[in-house]
Write a protein that binds this ligand. Sequence first.
Ligand code: SF4
Ligand code: SF4
Length: 109
Amino acid sequence: MATKVGGLVEACSTRMTKTGAWRTFVPVFDHGHCIVCSLCEIYCPEGCIHQVDSGDEETLKKYGYSPKQIEALPRFRRIFVPDLNYCKGCSVCANECPHMAITMVLEDK
Ligand code: SF4
Ligand code: SF4
């Protein structure tokens, strides 16, 4: 998305700009510790946390997950995951999680 100097960015334009490439830290979810409260989904400023079926490989691949990462997920559960194409690593989700089920880790790129 091109933005002129001094110009304004259109509202709701985040979906046109993949923010994942900016990221230094990435949230890692401890699905066994998650109490499914949805607060991370609500507070994420990118709106990029979604609840998915852990067996839904097609959606997880679309969210930027590698086969190895998908393999490591718990089987047959609804889980919260960030869409890695849009997660900018801001830590809001980890700070808001009431059960400390999200840890920010340095991303290995
Ligand atoms: S780190 Fe920020 S952008 Fe990424 S999932 Fe958490 S709240 Fe959303
Ligand atoms: S805020 Fe924490 S406990 Fe709540 S759904 Fe997200 S990861 Fe799970």
